[in-house]
Design a protein around this ligand. Structure first.
Ligand SMILES: *Cc1c(COP(=O)(O)O)cnc(C)c1O
Length: 427
């Protein structure tokens, strides 16, 4: 057996992969290195990466400046506990995040992954109302088609039907779900579009701690784009009904939609903001929950006078240093032009797919290109077809989409989109 086959056999024997069977896992492609927008496979093939490793690797792979930040931090310390200690990388990252986000957001809680940052946001909202003497405000309102992560609290605010967590619905806390915004990105949002949200708030606001939404783009729940105007009206509704507003920008943060944060499309500031994914440019896991001065003050003034959360690897210095370098790298470039350029190239490259029988809709926003099919794809069949054409695309359900690294050039985008259209044409 050659080395690649041996590796794959061992992988199959012992490892779980995301949302996969342990016994009957689909074909895996061993990757040995990654450089720029390319993944290098063990068999010598090189793939143009259309996924940016689940939307994180915005600068591409193996970037000299991020490597340098990691190496320098390793010489100092890779990790140190955050209880009772602090360090320059976390302090710098905290200041950067506060500076880049709207004014009322002033306090940063660092955690290990996007899901945990959502748990922390939910916990902050619950503690906020407890501190205010209103412990009955212990539920949440989320959107249908929403996705907020895989841990239990996060799962409880994911779409209960189309979400990936319906198996656990018996043990998850029950929350309320408003209809997904039906107003397209560039459409006007009318009263009707918020009718269901308004109804839920009117009925339940005395029991609701917060509304949680992914602003402008609903990611893993369906890659749907909606009008920023919805957020303006949602914020007004939340204020009127005395309910906090949480934005989950784990997918949209750091330029993906053409704004540094998707909330800028609406000029709306939430009480709590979750960041993750592209935060470290795809190098290591790190996430952050930001909250307003008011939320921080109320929680800290209540009983027990502290936020009751503290992961072992909170504020990990290696991750914080790389995050600072990634953000500085992003801001040092004309990333807006890059993302806008990608939007135009994706629109052009994916447009022919709209003519295909299997396709329901093609849509693009910022560095996100989505082909929605009429029927779910057969991943086991389709995945190798992309690899044969030299690209890495990982569809889910009815969605064949790309969220490429921002550094992808027009020739690479053209190759990527051509392969997507070609594969879909065979369905
Ligand atoms: C990916 C994602 C999460 C979960 O982040 P993990 O790092 O996978 O835990 C939560 N919310 C949104 C919007 C995401 O895209």
């Amino acid at each position: 057996m050659d080395d690649i086959q041996k590796l794959l056999a061992q992988d199959r024997s012992h490892l779980w992969h995301p949302y996969a069977s342990a016994l009957d896992a689909p074909v895996m492609f061993p990757v040995v290195a990654a450089q720029g927008v390319h993944l290098e496979l063990a068999d010598g093939r090189s793939l143009i990466d259309g996924m940016a490793s689940w939307w994180c690797a915005i600068h591409g792979y193996n970037h000299p400046l991020l490597n340098q930040a990691a190496t320098e931090q390793l010489q100092q310390m890779s990790h140190v506990m955050f209880g009772g200690l602090t360090h320059p990388a976390a302090v710098k990252l905290g200041s950067l995040l506060v500076k880049l986000t709207p004014k009322p957001l002033s306090h940063v809680f660092l955690s290990d992954s996007g899901s945990v940052s959502v748990e922390v946001a939910l916990k902050m909202a619950l503690q906020y109302w407890q501190s205010k003497g209103r412990p009955g405000k212990s539920h949440f309102i989320a959107l249908r088609n929403g996705y907020h992560g895989d841990t239990f609290g996060a799962m409880s605010v994911c779409d209960p039907i189309t979400g990936m967590h319906h198996l656990f619905s018996e043990v998850l806390p029950r929350h309320w779900f408003a209809e997904a915004p039906a107003c397209a990105f560039d459409a006007v949002c009318t009263e009707d579009h918020l009718a269901d949200m308004r109804r839920l708030l009117e009925m339940h606001c005395s029991e609701v701690a917060a509304v949680i939404v992914e602003p402008v783009v609903q990611g893993a729940g369906g890659m749907r784009f909606y009008s920023p105007d919805y957020l303006v009206q949602l914020q007004q509704l939340c204020t009127e009904h005395d309910v906090l507003l949480i934005f989950d920008e784990i997918a949209t943060g750091f330029g993906r939609t053409g704004k540094l944060f998707a909330l800028e499309h609406a000029q709306v500031c939430p009480d709590l903001l979750c960041l993750g994914k592209a935060l470290t440019g795809g190098y290591v896991s790190l996430a952050a929950t930001l909250c307003s001065e008011e939320v921080a003050a109320v929680i800290s003034a209540g009983d027990p006078g502290a936020l009751m959360h503290g992961p072992t690897f909170m504020g990990n210095p290696l991750a914080c240093s790389i995050a600072c370098a990634s953000i500085e790298l992003l801001l040092s470039q004309d990333w807006r032009q890059q993302v806008l350029g990608l939007q135009e190239q994706l629109q052009r490259g994916l447009a022919p797919a709209a003519e295909l029988n299997a396709v329901a809709e093609v849509r693009c926003l910022g560095a996100i290109g989505v082909i929605e099919l009429k029927r779910p794809v057969d991943m086991a069949r389709v995945q190798p077809m992309f690899v044969e054409r030299g690209v890495w695309i990982r569809p889910f359900g009815k969605l064949v989409y790309t969220m490429p690294p921002y550094i992808m050039d027009s020739i690479q985008v053209a190759a990527l989109t051509a392969a997507m259209v070609e594969v879909i044409a065979t369905l």
